[in-house]
Design a protein around this ligand. Structure first.
Ligand code: ADP
Length: 872
C-alpha cells in the first residue's frame, strides 16, 4: 500500500494526496503535517516497514468537503485517491485519483463564492510579448489576450489585478515572470506546468481538438501565438485535473485590453470599487451600494462591469437605455426583480449539467429558472419595447436591449418536467428521482414491486382463510427471506404445496414457490429501480447538456437584465440621473454626491457639489482645511465618471461626462507602510506613473501630493507636478488636485487653465463650522489647529500653537516681500522653441550614420554652452 501511495503521490507533485482507507482519507509524510496543521486534526504515525514509521493525518470521509475547503482556502491543491470497488487484487484494493481540486478549478458549490467568478489564468512570455488567458469552469467563460508594447508590466499587473485569478499557470522554468523572479506574481497561487504545455504547437492542437475545429480563426486568435499558448495551457490543465469539467468550455473570446478602461491596482483600491480599504469587504464599497442584483450570476456580471468600464459610446448608451427603461416602470421593475429571485444561478446550474456533476435538484433548478423566462421576457419586451418606441417613434421595431435573446428553451423545461419529480432527493442513491409516467419500464418495476409487497402483506390473511389455521404467520429474516410459520399444533392442516424450510422448537417455517417469486420481485426491484433511475437521469442530463449553449445564452441574458434592473432600482431609490455621455473633453456635474458617503451620514445631510472641467479649465486646485471634505469630493468625481462608464446612472442632479480613457488616483498611502516601502516613496512612484501615462483624455485625482515629506519639499513637488500637468503637451489631463498647502493657489496667476476652489468653512466666535460647500477661490488658512481642537488636544497646546502660527506667518510675510516664488521654468520650454530646438527638430535621425549623429550631438552640445568633451 505504501508503494501504491508513493506511485500516486509521484503523479501529483505539489498536491496534497488524500488517500482513501476505509472510513478515512489519510495523508502521509509532509502532507500529513500540512493537513494536521491546516485542518486542525491529530498528527500521528504509522508503521510502513521494519522500525520505520511515517507521519499520518486523516479526516473522516463523510466530512471531507469541509477539510478540502480549508486546504483550498490555505492555497493548497488536493488530489483525492479513491478505492476502486472493494475487491482486493493481490491483497490490495486498487486506488485511482478521481478528482484533483485546485483553487482555480473548483466546481463544488460549497467551495465557491456565489457572487464572484472563480478564475483559472495562464501566463506566458516570449520576447516582449505576454499571453494571458483565463477561464471560469463554473460559468464556461474563457478569454485570451496578448499584451505587448510600452508599459507592458504595468498593463499586465492591471489585467491580473482585474481578473484576480485564484490560480495562475506559468511555465515551470520561471518564464512566467521574467525580471522580478516570482515577486510580481507573488500574490497569486502559482501552478507551474511543464514548458511544453505552453509550446504554441501543442497548445494550438489542444484548442483545435477541444473545439473540434481546424482553425482558430473563428476565435480571433489564429495569429496570436502567445494568446494561443496561454489558452491551450488552460485546456490541457483542465483536462488533467477536472476530466469532466473541460466540456463546459464551449467558446473562446480573444480580447484586447484597449476595449476597456485601464484601472491600476492603486486606483481600484483607492476608489474602493469592490472592497473597502479598511475591512476588505464588499459592504461599504461602490459595488456594495450598486449591487442589488437578485441572482448570483447578475452579481458576478455587475462585478465584471465595474472592473471593466467601457470607452465607447454605443454600448454604454445601450446599457443606459435599458437602465432608463426600468427606472420608468416601477411596477414592472418590481415584478421582474421578484421573478429573478426564483431564477437562481442558472449559469452555474447548466454548467454542472454539462460537467455531469449536476444533482437531480440542479435539474429541477434549471427547469424552475426556465419556467420564469416567458413572463420575464414579456415584461422586458413591454418595458424596453415601449422605451424604444418612445425614443424612436418613427421606426417601429424596438431596439434590442438583450432581453429579446431570451429563449425559454421550452423543450428543455418540458423534458425536465416530464422526467424529474418536483422534489427529488439530493442524491441518486435513494430513488424517487424519475417522475412516474416517464419510463414505462421503470413504472412497471415500481408497480410490480408495489403489487408484490401488497401481495405479501395480504398473504397472512389469505393463507389463514385458505388453510383455516388461525395462528399462521408470515415473517421475514435475513437468512431465509419471507416464510410462513405454522405452530406444531397445526402441523396437520398445512397445505401440501408448502415446502418446509426451517424447524423451530414449537413451529415449522415454510415457503411456497409463489412466495419466493414475489420475494425476489421485492428484493430485486430496489436495485433495479436505482439502476434504471441512474441510467434515465444520465440520459436526461445528456439531453439537457446538448441544449446547454442555448440555456447558457439565456442565463447570460437574464444576468444582464438582472444588472439593468438592479442599477435602475438603485437609481430610483438613491435619486440618480442618467449621465449625458459624449466624446469630448467636458466634465460637468451639477450637485454631485458621493454614492457611498451619502448613505453613511447619519446626523448631517450630504452637501452636493458642482464641478466644471473643460479643455480651457482643465485643472482644479482644491484647498481647504483637513476634514473639510476634499477627499470625498475628489473620489466622488472619479466614482461618478466610473459609474457613467459602466452604464449606470449617477448621483447628481445632472452630469455631462466626456468619456475618459483612464482614471488615475493618487490618494493617501497609509496602507503601504506595512509593505515595507516608505510612504513617501510609494507616493512618488505612483505620481511618476501618472505623469508618464496620463493622456489629455485622462482624469487625474491627486490628493495631497507631497504630504509624505517636509512641508517645503512637499509643497515644491506639488507645485512642480501641477505645472508639469498643465504645460506638458502630452498631458493637459483633467485634473483635480486637493491640498492643504494654500500657497499652491498662487499657481493660478501663471497657469491660465487652472482654477482655484476651496471647501467653505464658517468661522464664528473661534469655532469653525464645516459647510462642505465647494466655492470658487483659494482657502487662505489651513485651520489645522482647529482640527487639533476638535480632536481634543489640551487647551494650552492649542493656545500656544495659535501664538506660534501668528509668529511664523508674520515672519513669512516679511520674507515674501523680499523674494517672490521663482517663475516656472517649464513654461519657457514649451513657449518659443530655441535655435537648438529648431535645429533638433529639422534632423532626419533615421538616415544619419552613428558617426554623423555623434558629430551633430557634439556640435549642439557646444552651441548650448557645454564643453562637448574632447573631440576624437
Ligand atoms: P479632507 O479630505 O478635506 O480631509 P474628507 O473628504 O476626508 O476631508 O471629509 C471628512 C468627513 O467629512 C467625511 O468623512 C464625511 O463624513 C464628511 N463629508 C465630506 N464631504 C461631505 C459632504 N459633501 N457633505 C457632508 N459631509 C461630508
Amino acid at each position: 500500500m505504501r508503494q501504491q501511495y508513493l506511485a500516486i503521490k509521484k503523479q501529483f507533485p505539489g498536491t496534497i494526496v488524500l488517500f482513501r482507507l476505509g472510513d478515512f482519507y489519510e495523508s502521509f509524510d509532509e502532507d500529513a503535517k500540512t493537513v494536521a496543521q491546516v485542518c486542525d486534526v491529530v498528527l500521528t504515525s504509522r508503521p510502513v516497514g521494519k522500525n520505520v514509521r511515517v507521519p499520518l493525518a486523516g479526516v473522516p470521509y463523510h466530512a471531507v468537503e469541509g477539510y478540502i475547503a480549508k486546504l483550498i482556502a490555505a492555497g493548497y491543491k488536493v488530489a483525492i485517491a479513491e478505492q476502486q470497488g472493494t475487491e482486493a487484487v493481490k491483497g490490495l484494493v486498487p486506488r485511482d485519483v478521481r478528482r484533483v481540486i485546485t483553487p482555480g478549478t473548483l466546481v463544488e458549490p460549497g467551495l465557491l463564492e456565489e457572487k464572484r467568478n472563480n478564475y483559472l489564468a495562464a501566463l506566458v512570455r516570449a520576447d516582449d510579448h505576454v499571453g494571458l488567458a483565463y477561464a471560469d469552469i463554473t460559468t464556461g467563460e474563457f478569454a485570451t489576450t496578448e499584451l505587448s508594447g510600452a508599459e507592458l508590466e504595468a498593463r499586465l499587473s492591471e489585467e491580473l489585478g482585474r481578473i484576480a485569478p485564484s490560480e495562475l499557470l506559468v511555465p515551470e522554468n520561471g518564464a512566467g515572470d521574467r525580471d522580478e523572479g516570482q515577486g510580481a506574481l507573488g500574490s497569486y497561487l502559482i501552478s507551474p506546468l511543464p514548458v511544453w504545455r505552453f509550446e504554441p504547437g501543442t497548445a494550438r492542437q489542444a484548442l483545435l481538438d477541444h473545439f473540434g475545429v481546424a482553425s482558430l480563426e473563428g476565435y480571433g486568435c489564429e495569429r496570436l501565438p502567445l494568446a494561443i499558448a496561454a489558452a491551450g495551457a488552460i485546456i490541457q490543465y483542465l483536462r488533467e485535473t477536472q476530466r469532466g469539467a473541460v466540456g463546459q468550455i464551449v467558446g473562446l473570446r480573444t480580447y484586447t485590453t484597449a476595449e476597456y478602461m485601464a484601472l491600476d491596482e492603486a486606483t481600484r483600491r483607492n476608489l474602493e470599487l469592490t472592497q473597502t480599504i479598511r475591512s476588505g469587504r464588499v459592504r461599504g464599497s461602490l459595488l456594495g451600494v450598486l449591487d442589488t442584483t437578485r441572482t448570483a450570476m447578475g452579481a458576478r456580471l455587475l462585478r465584471r462591469w465595474l472592473n471593466q468600464p467601457l470607452l465607447t459610446l454605443a454600448p454604454l448608451q445601450g446599457r443606459l437605455d435599458a437602465v432608463e427603461a426600468w427606472t420608468r416602470d416601477t411596477p414592472r421593475r418590481t415584478e421582474i426583480r421578484e421573478m429573478l429571485r426564483h431564477v437562481g444561478d442558472l449559469e452555474r446550474l447548466i454548467n454542472r449539467v454539462t460537467g455531469r456533476t449536476a444533482t437531480p435538484r440542479d435539474l429541477v433548478g434549471v427547469r424552475k429558472a426556465l419556467e420564469q423566462v416567458p413572463r420575464i421576457r414579456s415584461l422586458a419586451e413591454e418595458v424596453m419595447g415601449r422605451a424604444a418606441s418612445e425614443a424612436h417613434p418613427e421606426n417601429a421595431p424596438p431596439q434590442d436591449a438583450g432581453a429579446f435573446h431570451l429563449d425559454s428553451c421550452d423543450d428543455v423545461a418540458a423534458l425536465i418536467a416530464a422526467a424529474i419529480s418536483d422534489t427529488p432527493p439530493v442524491a441518486l442513491s435513494t430513488g424517487d428521482v424519475i417522475r412516474p409516467g416517464f419510463s414505462a419500464e421503470l413504472d412497471s418495476i415500481v408497480t410490480a414491486a408495489r403489487d408484490a409487497k401488497t401481495w405479501i402483506a395480504n398473504l397472512e390473511r389469505t393463507e389463514r382463510e385458505r388453510s383455516g389455521i388461525k395462528s399462521l404467520k408470515v415473517g421475514y429474516n435475513k437468512v431465509f427471506g419471507y416464510y410462513i410459520e405454522v405452530t406444531n399444533a397445526n402441523r396437520d392442516a398445512v397445505p401440501t404445496h408448502y415446502l418446509r424450510k426451517q424447524t423451530l422448537v414449537g413451529a415449522e417455517r415454510y415457503i411456497t414457490p409463489e412466495l419466493k417469486e414475489y420475494e425476489s420481485l421485492v428484493l430485486n426491484a430496489e436495485d433495479r429501480i436505482l439502476d434504471l433511475e441512474t441510467q434515465l437521469f444520465r440520459q436526461v442530463c445528456d439531453q439537457v447538456a446538448s441544449a446547454a449553449p442555448r440555456v447558457l445564452a439565456t442565463a447570460q441574458a437574464l444576468a444582464e437584465l438582472d444588472v439593468s434592473a438592479s442599477l435602475a432600482e438603485i437609481a430610483a431609490n438613491n435619486r440618480y440621473v442618467r449621465p449625458e455621455l459624449a466624446e469630448n473633453g467636458l466634465l460637468e456635474i451639477r450637485a454631485g454626491r458621493h454614492p457611498v458617503v451619502e448613505l453613511t451620514l447619519r446626523d448631517e445631510p450630504f452637501v452636493p457639489n458642482d464641478l466644471h472641467l473643460s479643455p480651457d479649465e482643465s485643472i482644479v486646485i482644491l484647498t481647504g482645511p483637513n476634514m473639510a471634505g476634499k477627499s470625498t469630493f475628489l473620489r466622488q468625481v472619479a466614482l461618478i465618471v466610473l459609474m457613467a462608464q459602466i452604464g449606470s446612472f449617477v448621483p447628481a442632479d445632472s452630469a455631462h461626462i466626456g468619456l475618459v480613457d483612464r482614471i488615475f488616483t493618487r490618494i493617501g498611502a497609509q496602507d503601504e507602510i506595512s509593505a515595507g516601502q516608505s510612504t513617501f516613496m510609494v507616493e512618488m512612484v505612483e505620481t511618476a506613473n501618472i505623469l508618464h501615462h496620463a493622456t489629455p483624455r485622462s482624469l487625474l485625482i491627486l490628493d495631497e501630493i507631497g504630504r509624505g515629506t517636509s512641508t517645503y519639499d512637499g509643497m515644491s513637488i506639488a507645485w512642480a507636478v501641477v505645472e508639469y500637468i498643465h504645460n506638458h503637451p502630452r498631458l493637459g489631463a483633467k485634473t483635480l488636485f486637493a491640498t492643504h498647502y494654500h500657497e499652491l493657489t498662487e499657481l493660478a496667476k501663471t497657469l491660465p487653465r487652472l482654477r482655484n476652489y476651496n471647501v467653505a468653512v464658517h468661522e464664528e466666535g473661534g469655532r469653525v463650522v464645516f459647510l462642505r460647500k465647494i466655492v470658487p477661490g483659494g482657502a487662505d488658512r489651513s485651520y489645522g489647529i482647529h482640527v487639533g481642537k476638535l480632536a481634543g488636544l489640551p487647551r494650552t497646546v492649542i493656545q500656544r500653537a495659535e501664538e506660534v502660527l501668528r509668529e511664523l506667518e508674520r515672519s513669512r510675510e516679511a520674507k515674501a516681500r523680499r523674494a517672490v516664488v521663482p517663475p516656472p521654468v517649464q513654461l519657457s520650454l514649451f513657449g518659443q522653441p530655441s535655435a537648438i530646438e529648431q535645429e533638433l527638430a529639422a534632423l532626419d535621425v533615421l538616415s544619419m550614420s552613428p558617426l554623423d549623429a555623434l558629430n551633430k550631438l557634439y556640435e549642439l552640445s557646444q552651441k548650448a554652452g557645454g564643453k562637448g568633451g574632447e573631440k576624437r
